[in-house]
Design a protein around this ligand. Sequence first.
Ligand code: FEO
Length: 405
Amino acid sequence: MSVQLKEGIYWVGAIDWKLRNFHGFITPRGGTYNAYLIIDEKVTLIDSTKPEFGPELLRRIREIIDPSEIDYVICNHAEIDHSGSIPSVMAVAPKAKIITSTKGKAILERHHKQTWEYELVRTNDELSIGKRTLKFATIPMVHWPDSMVTYAIEDKILFSNDAFGQQIATWERFADEMSMDIVMEENQRYYANIVMPFANPVKNALKLVGGLECEMIAPAHGVIFRTPEHIAAVLESYRKWSNHEADNRAVIVYDTMWQSTTKMAEAIQAACEQLNISYTIHNLSEDNLSLVTHEMMVSKYVFVGSPVLNNGLMPQVAAFLHYMKGFAPKKKVGMAFGSYGWSAQSAKIINSTFEKLCWDILPSIEIDYFPDTEELEAMTATVIKNLQADPEQFAHANPGECELL
Ligand code: FEO
């Protein structure tokens, strides 16, 4: 069933209960592709769904109106999860015109190879659809170069597309209908895996959104925020994350060959407990790196451990570093650790990623073969000492040498 947001404005999207992997982003709660229908003198559809959900979208539209009456299809973002069923809509909406950005049109043409009528919009352009006026703003790189938002001026609804989204398959359409803890956890997981690389574009988008009076933020994924408290909470989260503000907590990630690096991870765990630093600990051969990423994002301290394997790292640790580097997280303190046999190499490789990210770097600890109890206790004591020390005394990458500022 469609769901009414305000008089004449409906959610008509699709719920993807089976989604577990969104281009590498693990989605244990499934996902949603939100589309919105506005009934006015000009019937307007905002965004669509993945292609396979076209019938679901059209079924919800038909509960309200014959799709042939659609005048405008607004494409805020042409990635296939939002534009995939535009061809299904256009096939039954012969008078419809697509409203999008210049870059959106270019991507739609590459994706769909169709000749549609377009009207291109830029920031501050307005479109009258009857008693309502829609205003547009581009927010490039939140999430693709074409990304934009649509603001319904009279209704004070921001259709924010990927921004402020969460991947949750739920029948509830509004954040206040479900646990806000779950909503914010998924909001954080979504930001960490999709939005994190684009901190500066997010700051620009927040400046723009901050100037709008919003009674609802209606993203293209997940639930809609409609209480002042929830709108303030999601905006504050984006402010914090885009400024790379982390909590005084730690994430310990590692893989192990013969449990030596596991024991070293547990020695760091003991240090965190003695200092009352909240932490999570993850063996990457068991925990998916996408699920670990949001812990990394909110943690000030990132401990990464690997034994040496064939002159390199364990594959899952290398994958984690590669995945993490792509997000360019900043303002963190890193520490490498791991066991080795005849040639200590893993800390150097791990630290090279920290250096590229311009993090503060605590002294690494590497232990040959099997750590004994005394060595592990000494490791805990060293980590405590280093965490209590002034980080200025430890290694900093020269900002001029940082590759990922
Ligand atoms: Fe939800 Fe960038 O697509």
